[in-house]
Write a protein that binds this ligand. Structure first.
Ligand code: CP
Length: 308
């Protein structure tokens, strides 16, 4: 592959190859010498048109640990604020000969459009409600390391599915790897036609979490809601917020995940989120660096082959 735009373009063996390489980078980043040379001599530009803590910092660290020259474009102070378009901005940076562009944008499809115009590798760091492929890959790595496999598991993805690129990428990935995926939430936050993606739909946490190996909670994305449906947070937490009592419906060894940023007391109880016996939220963050190292390493190999 030339780019990493979405899980929809990856085969099960592509996914396994990224996770296998990422496993080696987990060991590397836990060792005293974190650095490699896979991206030495390459230039990586991060363009985040939407806020980020985890994704931007981990792409930056991943690039630096593999020897790339990494530049973070400060989009808030760029000429985008003077009306320059996404494509004009990208073409301007493209003229400086980057090798890797990492792009987050609020519009679904914007990153794919940009990838058609530039002559370097593009990684989608989240586009609107569409895809967030490296998030699904880091979630998959966390699950595989914790459960010892990434198939025939029951995964409950709970909350605001309608606005979530994380849910979409995870549903596609977990389906490709032959897992049972259940989505759980109020009908107003679950788009119609989800059964076409091969998932089960539940509107009750007890039924949705029954026998789950993995419980993945999602943030209520109020910034993407048009005002048509903004539930009361107290009511939402009562019915759909994960706490120790609701978690009892899942398997006794179930793990709790959240991509972050989380809203404590809205979709998840803070004490449960901090309980290292069940919560793997910090581990997800750690896996994020390793997965991004692996994804950029593999794209750089393809780039070098194409240029040879
Ligand atoms: N999970 C995730 O994408 O977090 P950030 O928005 O902080 O990057």
């Amino acid at each position: 592959h030339r780019h990493l735009l979405g899980i929809e373009h990856l085969s099960p063996s592509d996914i396994t190859a990224i996770l296998d390489l990422a496993d080696t980078y987990v060991d590397r980043t836990r060792s005293p010498d974190k650095h490699g040379t896979a991206l030495a001599g390459l230039t990586q530009i991060n363009m985040f048109f939407e806020n980020s803590t985890r994704t931007q910092s981990s792409f930056e660290l991943a690039g630096k640990r593999l020897g790339a020259d990494v530049m973070n474009m400060a989009m808030q102070t760029s000429s985008v604020k003077k009306g320059e378009t996404l494509i004009d901005t990208a073409m301007t940076l493209n003229a400086m000969h980057p090798d890797i562009l990492v792009v987050r944008h609020p519009s679904s499809g914007a990153v794919n459009l940009l990838a058609e115009k530039v002559n370097c590798a593009v990684l989608n760091a989240g586009d609107g409600r569409h895809e967030h492929p490296t998030q699904a890959l880091l979630d998959a790595l966390t699950i595989r390391r914790r459960k010892g496999r990434l198939h025939r598991l029951t995964v409950a993805i709970c909350g605001d599915i309608a606005h979530s690129r994380v849910a979409r990428s995870n549903i596609i990935l977990l389906g490709k790897m032959e897992n049972r995926v259940r989505i759980v939430g109020p009908a107003t936050l679950i788009p119609s036609g989800m059964d076409r993606l091969g998932v089960e739909v539940e509107h009750d946490m007890k039924a949705g979490l029954a026998d789950a190996d993995v419980v993945m909670m999602l943030r209520l994305q109020k910034e993407r809601m048009s005002g048509a449906f903004i539930p009361s947070e107290r009511e939402y937490y009562h019915r759909f917020g994960l706490d120790a009592a609701k978690l009892k419906a899942a398997k006794p060894d179930a793990i709790v995940m959240h991509p972050g940023p989380m809203n404590r007391g809205v979709e998840i109880d803070g004490t449960l989120a901090d309980d290292i016996n069940v919560s793997v939220i910090q581990e997800q963050v750690e896996m994020g660096v390793a997965v991004r190292m692996a994804a950029m390493d593999l794209l750089a190999r393809n780039l070098k082959e194409a240029r040879a």
